[in-house]
Structure formats: C-alpha cells, structure tokens
Design a protein around this ligand. Structure first.
Ligand code: IDP
Ligand code: MG
Length: 276
C-alpha cells in the first residue's frame, strides 16, 4: 500500500519537480484536473491538507500587504486543499494552469480556463470565485517549488482523529473529528468517476500509512448523507488498510455518534442505488 499514491509514470529524464495545490473549489473538479496534469507530467505524491491561517499566510507571504491578502487567506482557513508534487519544471505546469484570471482569453484551454465552463450560468465567474479560487495554484520558480513542497509536505502530521467523517455536509460533532470530503460536490452520475474521486482524496489523507503500517489506532468512520459516497469510501478504506473500521451514524435525537453494522450501511446503499 505504501506506494499506492505513487504515480506509475516514468521519472526518466526528470530531474526537477514542482508544487501544485488544488484549491477548495478545484477539489470538486479533481478528476478533470488530474487528467490534465497527468497528460503533461507524472504526479509523485499528493497530500490532503487542512489549511490553518499560519500555513496559508506563509504560502502567500509574497502577497502580504496587498489589499486582497486578507480576503485571499480567509478563504482558505479551515478548508482542505490537495497538495501535489509533480515531476516537471515549474514553468511547464504553469503553462497548463494558465494565467491568474480564469477569464483571460488566453485561458481557453488551460486548467484555470475550466472555471468558465464549470461556473453555473446564473452566477458570474467573478462572483462565484471571488477572484480568488481559480481552482489551482502552481509554483512559479524552482526556488518557490522547493519552498512550497517543504511547507506543504514536511510539517508534522497531527494525531489520528477519533472520527473520520465521510459526509460532504457539515456535521455537528464535538471533539476529535476530521471531514476530508466536506464541501466537495461529487458527481454522482458516473460511479467509476465517483469511486476514483473519493479514493484519490482518501488516499491523500496523511494518516493512512500509519494505520496500515504501524498499527496505529484507527478512527471510527462517521457515515450518513449520500449513501453512494459512504459505501465507496468505507470499502476503499477497508481494502487499503486491511482493517475493519467501526462505523457510526449521528443519532439526531442526542447528536451523538452511534455504532452500526457495515451490513446496514450496505443495505442503505443498495436502496439508494435502486432508487436511482
Ligand atoms: P498566480 O496564482 O497566478 O501566481 P498571484 O498573483 O501569485 O497569481 O496571486 C496569488 C493568488 O491570489 C491568485 O491565484 C488568486 O487566487 C489571488 N489573487 C490574485 N490577484 C487577486 C486580486 O486582485 N484579487 C483577489 N485575489 C487575487
Ligand atoms: Mg503566484
């Protein structure tokens, strides 16, 4: 399992790497963005990171003092982003990312240009993205790439949470709970895309290795909401780690997590599938 996140693409002839970050809204479009990146260069590793104020302020330190700095950093705090190391020179990846403003005419075929086709008709691109979430960030030089890889990948991983929440809606639960799927609009119409989207995100969780290699305490999985997400996520994590997880639902009468059988989760997923 240890290298499941390693892209099998060739590293031959590549002696540099760059840093890419999928911004919160870009996470909903990760399958599409991933395809674009992999068509250009192999992905070496990914890590899902919960953004703190300190982290994002360090990342965008060069913009401290700009009038939009606070708006920019506020947007990220408390959300998840996907940190990525790509085996290519920074300028190669900047080229496919495009320029800062997604509406720039030169962005027709770039990753940032996707904003224009992905934005609902009833909102303007600027209102929707607030000029800030242009889906993706790419380091702009080798020095920046080194600094950003170090910043986003080499910080201590916090202790394994007690609960891993697999819902994509906010759940009111006191204590030690992480929700890596929160806020992501999964495409439920294609089960293969859905499965690879969910597994990509869960694979990038910083604790995975510890559960499977070091036998560290594993979290209870909190499920509910969209059954298709739950079942794919539970099955994926069970396969990945070779461990069985305690599965919990939130009991709305008292707001507390209650254990349930995997079997009843499967039943619910089956009902959901039959309803479609
Ligand atoms: P880059 O991401 O294309 O390198 P930078 O100028 O380094 O662009 O700005 C960093 C990020 O800050 C941009 O990707 C964008 O999300 C945001 N940003 C840039 N200019 C503005 C602005 O004028 N208003 C609000 N946000 C901005
Ligand atoms: Mg920049």
């Amino acid at each position: 399992m240890s290298n499941t996140w390693l892209n099998s693409g060739s590293r031959e002839g590549v002696n540099t790497s760059t840093f890419v970050m999928i911004k919160p809204r870009g996470l909903s479009h990760w399958p599409l963005i991933k395809k674009r990146i992999e068509a250009t260069a192999p992905i070496a590793r990914t890590g899902l990171v919960f953004v703190t104020r300190e982290l994002i302020e360090q990342h965008y330190a060069e913009h401290a003092g700009k009038e939009w700095f606070v708006q920019l950093t506020d947007y990220f705090v408390g959300r998840y982003v996907l940190a990525i190391e790509v085996l290519a020179a920074p300028e190669v990846i900047r080229k496919i990312i495009g320029t800062t403003n997604p509406q720039d005419p030169v962005n027709k075929n770039t990753v940032r240009g996707l904003v224009n086709s992905l934005t609902p008709d009833d909102t303007t691109t600027v209102a929707y993205t607030k000029g800030i979430d242009n889906l993706i960030h790419g380091a702009d030089s080798e020095e920046a790439a080194k600094r950003e890889i170090d910043l986003w990948f080499n910080h201590p991983v916090p202790p394994t949470p007690a609960y891993l929440c697999l819902m994509n809606r906010k759940v009111a639960l006191e204590g030690d709970c992480v929700s890596p799927l929160i806020g992501i609009d999964f495409d439920l119409s294609n089960s293969m895309t859905l499965a690879s989207h969910i597994t990509d995100i869960l694979e990038a969780l910083p604790w995975n290795k510890r559960w499977s290699q070091f036998g560290e305490k594993i979290p209870a999985l909190l499920v509910g909401g969209v059954p298709a997400l739950q079942i794919i996520a539970v099955q994926y994590l069970t396969t990945l780690t070779g461990k069985s997880f305690e599965i919990c639902w939130i009991d709305h009468t008292d707001g507390a997590p209650k254990s349930v059988e995997l079997q009843s989760v499967k039943k619910r997923a089956r009902r959901h599938r039959d309803d479609l």
